[in-house]
Each structure stands twice: as structure tokens, then as C-alpha cells.
Design a binder for this molecule. Structure first.
Ligand SMILES: Nc1ncnc2c1ncn2[C@@H]1O[C@H](COP(=O)(O)OP(=O)(O)O)[C@@H](O)[C@H]1O
Ligand SMILES: [Mg+2]
Length: 285
């Protein structure tokens, strides 16, 4: 692993302004990520994860503070230079796949190569190579509607890899997948990481975050945890639910009756959702 940071943020702030309303989505965030690292970013919904990813991915610029991608100050680049940097160095994977519905898997993977100006033949070959990399070569001529969710996300990963980027940024990539397909995607990210790609994974799922060697937590626009494990407080809530779901539910039961237990449970669990807790009912009494 190289010591040079590929992602360097110093006291980065991002304030959204609409009319007279200002929403500070990131507050003085400082992050240093070396090339070749793999990190998870966890945090409740609305905490600033996507805002952070947009900045890391040079899709947006800070309101204040410094952001350098691979030694280049992003705030000083023109929008063309930012687009060029993104296309060449960064692969994006999103929760809802963002595939073109009328293009085949292979054509979808070719898209960033087309923007990069690659000729048709090498473009097709590269796309096939990437589909093979994610185990989907046999589905190359399928349309997205003919693929499962897990397969669509694999196509999106192949597309993210097409330009051989140094960094993969994934924003809740497993959010629309069943847990088995989700694991498969994360396993794929781990393989890429072992091959030297820098990976940043945004997730609600502590189980998935745990496969990353570094875990950062963001809350109210601030980094509140950065370490090799999930934060103790999240560990505690998760452990409590696992070992005694009835006790935890009874604590929130009075509120649950007012607003629905799933919503309450979701907030207790830091926005992680309630998948895998079927059968867990509030205690009546
Ligand atoms: N384009 C925008 N305009 C105004 N406010 C926004 C915009 N995008 C996000 N926000 C606000 O910024 C905060 C952080 O949002 P976001 O980064 O999407 O959080 P997360 O991805 O963790 O759910 C939220 O309060 C959200 O409502
Ligand atoms: Mg988000």
C-alpha cells in the first residue's frame, strides 16, 4: 500500500442552499485515505454519506475546506477537468444500478469507454473482459430487465471497472439486493481491493461494513468514528437486538404503538433498516 493519500480532505464543509434555507450536510470533515485502502462509511440516513461520496468522486466541490484527489486540488479544476478525472480515475456504483434500460449488459459496460473515445473493437473486447471479471460474460447480450438485481449490480461494477480506475466509490450498492447477492458484490469489491484498487463502500449494513479493514461513521455531517471496528454503540444496539429482541422491542414499544415499530427500530438501529428481523413483533401488554 502506498503512503500517498489518494483522497485527502481537510476541514471540508458542504452547505446546500435553496433560497434562504441553508443545510450544512458536511461539517469540517477531514479524511486521509491512502491508495490501495478499503474503507466503509456508515451512518444514519441523512447524515451526509452521499454528499461525502459526491465530493470524493469529484461530482461536487466543497463549500469550504480542501479536497485533493491524487494530489490535485479539485476545487481548482474546471468542470471539464473534473469530468476527465472522474472518467479516468473513478468508478461509481449506485444503489439503483443506473443501467441504460435499452442497452445490453455489454453496451452498458462500454459506455464510459465510449465517452473516453475508445474505438469500437477494443471497446467491445474490454467490456467483455470486465463482464468476465464479474462472472457475467454469459449474460453479455441480455437487457437489464432480463437480469436479476445481483446481476444488474455486477454489470454496474463491470462498467465502473471499464476504464481501470484507481478508485471505486459505491453508495449503498447492496441496498436493493437480497443479502446473498449483496454479499457477492462485497466479495467482488474485496477481490478488487486485493488487486490494488482503492474501495470506498457506503452502507447501512454493519455486517457488510465489517468486511472492510477500516470503518468510518458519519453523523450529522461529522466523522464520529474511524477505526478497524464498528463503533461500540452500534455494536451494543446490534448485539442487544440479536440476543434479546423482545427486550429491545419492549423498550421501544410505547413509541412503536404510536408510529409503527419498524420505523422506531430503524431509528434505534441507526437507519440500518429492519431486514432480517421478520418475526420480531412489539410486546403487547
Ligand atoms: N441537493 C440537496 N439540496 C439540499 N439539501 C440536500 C441535498 N442533498 C442532500 N441534502 C441534505 O443534506 C443532508 C445529507 O444528505 P445525504 O448526503 O444525502 O445523506 P445520506 O446519504 O447519509 O442519507 C440531509 O439533511 C439532506 O436532506
Ligand atoms: Mg445517501
Amino acid at each position: 500500500m502506498s503512503e500517498n493519500p489518494i483522497i485527502l480532505m481537510e476541514r471540508v464543509t458542504r452547505v446546500y442552499k435553496s433560497g434562504s434555507v441553508e443545510t450544512p450536510a458536511l461539517r469540517e470533515v477531514s479524511i486521509r485515505l491512502a491508495a490501495g485502502e478499503m474503507a466503509a462509511i456508515i451512518g444514519p440516513s441523512g447524515s451526509g454519506k452521499s454528499t461525502l461520496m459526491n465530493l470524493m468522486g469529484c461530482l461536487d466541490v466543497p463549500t469550504s475546506g480542501l479536497y485533493e484527489f491524487d494530489g490535485r486540488e479539485v476545487g481548482k479544476l474546471s468542470s471539464e477537468e473534473m469530468a476527465e478525472l472522474r472518467n479516468r480515475s473513478i468508478g461509481f456504483v449506485f444503489q439503483s444500478f443506473h443501467l441504460l434500460p435499452h442497452a445490453t449488459a455489454r453496451e452498458n459496460v462500454e459506455m464510459p469507454l465510449l465517452f473516453g473515445g475508445m474505438a469500437a473493437k477494443p471497446r467491445r473486447e474490454r467490456a467483455m473482459e470486465m463482464l468476465e471479471r464479474v462472472g457475467l460474460a454469459p449474460r453479455a447480450h441480455h437487457l437489464p430487465t432480463q437480469l436479476s438485481g445481483g446481476e444488474m449490480q455486477r454489470v454496474a461494477v463491470a462498467r465502473a471497472l471499464a476504464n481501470r480506475p484507481r478508485v471505486i466509490l459505491a453508495d449503498e450498492p447492496t441496498g436493493n439486493l437480497d443479502s446473498r447477492s449483496g454479499r457477492g458484490i462485497i466479495e467482488l469489491f474485496r477481490e478488487l481491493w486485493k488487486e490494488g484498487v482503492t474501495v470506498v463502500l457506503i452502507t447501512h449494513d454493519l455486517g457488510l461494513a465489517r468486511v472492510c479493514p477500516r470503518i468510518m461513521k458519519i453523523q450529522d455531517g461529522r466523522i464520529v468514528h474511524d477505526g478497524a471496528d464498528v463503533p461500540v454503540e452500534d455494536e451494543t444496539v446490534e448485539e442487544a437486538i440479536r440476543s434479546d429482541p423482545v427486550a429491545v422491542t419492549s423498550v421501544v414499544d410505547s413509541e412503536a404503538r404510536l408510529s409503527g415499530w419498524t420505523k422506531v427500530l430503524r431509528s434505534v438501529r441507526g437507519g440500518r433498516g429492519v431486514r432480517g428481523t421478520r418475526g420480531l413483533e412489539p410486546v403487547r401488554g
